[in-house]
Design a protein around this ligand. Structure first.
Ligand code: 5GP
Length: 170
């Protein structure tokens, strides 16, 4: 096991408090990136003591089961009106940063009042695009992980803890 459900629970509480502190006034829009962020988002919304509105986007990148090709497509857009609203984009994991960069460009075009990013996991050594993540749960190495929403070929999302399924190739 790489990260336990208890470690995740404690960290999500901290992230929720940090998000609330940075958004002291009014309502907040949280946009989850499906499918991987569903569990993180469900826990995070209960840890942010603010009035919230929620929506989802679905992005897909072509590639193998464990590597992105670098080409991202928006499969489903958010329908929530985010113009003028402070937005937090909620990602499961940032690997190359290509998906996140694409989604930030997309959401920025809708003119939110502010746009921040929460990611449960970050793999800084693998970034290929310069992205800022405002709220990071855990920084990890280059290993491929599953559990707590993260899949391998659509399996393992339901696991409460996070596991490594394959070590990086030398
Ligand atoms: P990026 O565009 O940053 O390379 O990739 C982001 C997406 O790739 C994530 O939202 C996730 O769907 C997938 N991904 C990247 N690394 C991992 C990993 O270690 N485990 C799983 N399950 N998915 C990953």
């Amino acid at each position: 096991m790489l990260i336990s459900a208890e470690q995740i629970r404690r960290r999500v509480e901290e992230l929720g408090e940090a998000i609330a502190k940075d958004h002291p006034h009014g309502s907040l829009c949280l946009i989850g990136v499906l499918k991987g962020s569903f569990m993180f988002l469900a826990d995070l919304v209960r840890a942010v003591p603010r009035s919230l509105r929620l929506d989802f986007v679905t992005a897909a990148s072509y590639g193998s089961a464990t590597e992105t090709s670098g080409e991202v497509r928006l499969l489903q857009d958010a329908t929530l009106e985010i113009s003028g609203c402070p937005v937090v984009l909620v990602e499961d994991i940032v690997d190359t940063g290509i998906t996140l960069g694409f989604l930030l460009d997309h959401l920025r075009s809708k003119r939110p009042a502010s746009l921040r990013v929460a990611a449960l996991l970050d793999k800084p050594a693998r970034h290929r695009r310069d992205v800022t993540i405002d709220y990071v749960g855990f920084r990890i190495g280059e290993e491929f992980v599953v559990g707590y929403g993260l899949d391998l070929a659509e399996e393992y999302r339901q696991l409460p803890d996070i596991y490594v399924v394959r070590q990086p190739q030398a």
